[in-house]
Design a protein around this ligand. Structure first.
Ligand code: NAP
Length: 245
């Protein structure tokens, strides 16, 4: 009997990560779900993993903390050989605005979670994975749009994510490990409320070519595809899922 894929999803308690966990479980993956503080949300998603008949565990770990990240990946290995990483836990800071108005603490936090956190998780994954494994880095359309007047600091970390994918895909291809990016447009999650813009999904709709924000499930579907066997020759790719934005 072949063993089930074991996939670690950071930021799996809410939004895009939670939708990804549910779709992966439905596709037969055992799951390690990382999150930071929302224990109730994490428990709810984990219950859905178990209801789908898969093994799973939820680990509270700050992805910007190297010790926490090692603990998170150790928990994954208790389920078996790690075959997938979804580098997804991300933040936008406590508010949006022009760069001139943003506080140092916000700049630091966004870089720590979105860039240092992704690097730490990618490093652990690269050390532990073997042939056939895959990583998906969740970037943002902001990486190419730039986020002027709102979040250029966030956009800069997402452009760095795109560079991480390009380099790591080449570094790991000889070992049979694929690395890809999914770049969502504006998706209807709690993310916008945390940056002080709770109505973003509605107010931004008019400037999205498809006329609406996306759903977490629409991003999860792209992630699941990139992790799966149908994407076996896809590495270093950046799949934009943005309604045309
Ligand atoms: P979300 O709903 O705000 O969820 C964020 C998730 O990340 C939560 O599970 C949260 O855990 C976790 N998290 C935050 N900081 C963490 C840390 N330091 N350590 C570990 N986990 C942490 O966000 P989302 O909208 O699903 O976004 C997911 C990813 O998509 C992010 O990388 C974001 O930049 C990207 N993205 C989002 C949009 C959008 O419009 N929503 C667009 C483009 C890209 P807790 O539940 O414990 O807080």
């Amino acid at each position: 009997m072949t063993s089930s894929p074991v996939t670690l999803v950071t930021g799996g308690s809410r939004g895009i990560g939670a939708a990804t966990v549910r779709q992966l479980a439905a596709a037969g993956h055992d799951i390690v779900l990382g999150y930071r503080t929302d224990h109730t949300a994490a428990r709810t998603v984990l219950a859905d993993v178990h209801a789908a008949g898969r093994r799973g565990t939820a680990v509270a770990a700050d992805t910007a903390d190297p010790t926490d990240v090692v603990r998170l990946f150790d928990a994954a290995e208790e389920l078996g050989k790690l075959t997938g990483l979804v580098n997804n836990a991300g933040v936008g800071g406590s508010r949006t605005g022009p760069l001139t108005d943003l506080a140092f603490d916000d700049l630091r936090h966004v870089v720590d979670v979105n860039l240092v956190g992704y690097l730490l998780c990618a490093q652990q994954a690269a050390r532990r994975m073997t042939t056939g494994a895959a990583i998906v880095n969740v970037s943002s359309g902001a990486a190419t749009l730039g986020g002027p007047g709102e979040y250029v600091h966030y956009a800069a970390t997402k452009a760095a994510t795109d560079a991480l994918t390009i380099g790591l895909a080449k570094e790991l291809a000889p070992r049979g490990i694929r690395v890809n990016t999914v770049a969502p447009g504006i998706i209807d999650t709690d993310f916008h409320a945390t940056v002080g813009n709770p109505d973003k999904a509605t107010t931004a709709a008019a400037r999205i070519p498809m006329g609406r924000a996306g759903t977490p499930d629409e991003i999860a579907a792209a992630i699941v595809w990139l992790l799966g066997p149908h994407a076996s020759y896809t590495t270093g790719a950046n799949l934009r899922v943005s309604g045309g934005l």
